[in-house]
Ligand binder design. Structure first.
Ligand code: NDP
Length: 285
């Protein structure tokens, strides 16, 4: 498996398996199948409600812990104790407990909302203690990312953001490269929106290489140096999504895919006040 080296030297597989929206009762079987297919990088979050099932699958797999790269995410903390730092550490312990792990490879601030400075201070402690080998953020627009970097000691290792053919984030990626932050895509297939799997440009390129549209999309992201974590509950698709290292897209293919960018989210804007309020109102420990 190809990997990237994060800004603190930690190695991260460039392709992993995401478990968002897999119902808790189906997650253990899905993750067991993914690990059996060859995935060694798993992406979950406290807010997905399936950390315990991911942990159970990891245990059942028998794979040595140090051969796996496991990410989870901190939900927005509300400081009922009066200390966001303490709440962050407690939320982290809860995630570790659910996962049945002693440490995670990557711990992300899930949303750029609430007192994420306090959260980041606590996460820097967790990183120093080795309990989170790397720490990063998710859904941070460039302005928020630069602000966090400029006023803190630790530069986030990763920023996990929406990135797919219809919202490519090339300028955001350039900024991240400049600042030493690894870009990671969520929703590489835009969850199937915009008929991505039958898109004419992607289908033509897929035909040229004897590959599927899904494989072309993942290959396109990987060739851009973007970490990808596609989700599927179907073993045949898990295998298909892993099988992207035996071909390469040409410069011309890459340029044609670049024309699909709409420059905007297909989901929601983290700067939309209604969405900020809705996300901020969710309580997850
Ligand atoms: P994806 O873009 O990965 O799309 C998943 C969808 O594509 C599912 O409906 C799946 O169906 C289908 N699919 C998967 N592989 C194929 C294939 N080869 N051919 C055809 N259809 C396919 O969406 P996600 O939102 O799940 O994003 C990936 C991961 O990113 C998440 O699981 C999560 O870990 C992370 N994420 C993070 C967010 C954040 O805020 N930080 C937000 C959203 C996601 P099926 O399962 O039936 O195969």
């Amino acid at each position: 498996m190809n990997s990237v080296i994060l800004n603190n030297g930690v190695e991260m597989p460039i392709l992993g398996f995401g478990v968002f929206q897999i119902p808790e009762e189906e997650t253990q079987a899905a993750v067991e199948a993914a690990v059996a297919a060859g995935y060694r990088h798993l992406d979950t979050a406290a807010s997905y409600g399936n950390e315990a099932a991911v942990g159970a699958a990891v245990k059942a797999s028998g794979i040595a812990r140090d051969e796996l790269f496991i990410t989870t995410k901190l939900w927005i903390q509300h400081a009922p104790t009066g200390s966001v730092e303490e709440d962050t550490k407690r939320a982290f312990e809860n995630s570790l407990h659910r996962l049945g792990l002693d440490y995670v490879d990557l711990y992300l601030i899930h949303q750029p909302l609430g007192d994420y400075y306090g959260e980041w201070r606590a996460m820097q402690d967790l990183n120093r203690e080795g309990r989170a080998r790397a720490i990063g953020v998710s859904n941070f627009h460039p302005d928020r990312l630069v602000d966090l970097i400029d006023h803190n000691g630790t530069v986030p290792a990763v920023n996990q953001i929406e990135s797919h053919p219809f919202h490519q984030r090339a300028a955001d990626q350039a900024l991240m490269v400049e600042r030493g932050v690894q870009i990671e895509s969520w929703g590489p297939f835009a969850e199937g929106k915009n008929d991505v799997f039958t898109n004419p440009v992607l289908s033509t390129i897929a035909g040229e290489h004897g590959k599927s549209v899904a494989q072309v999309v993942l290959r396109w992201l990987i060739q851009r140096g973007v970490v990808v974590i596609p989700k599927s509950v179907r073993p045949e698709r898990m295998a298909e999504n892993l099988d992207v290292f035996d071909f390469a897209l040409t410069e011309e293919n890459m340029s044609r895919i670049a024309t699909l960018d709409t420059g905007g989210s297909l989901f929601f804007d983290h700067r939309d006040p209604a969405m900020v309020s809705w996300l901020g109102g969710r309580r997850i420990s």
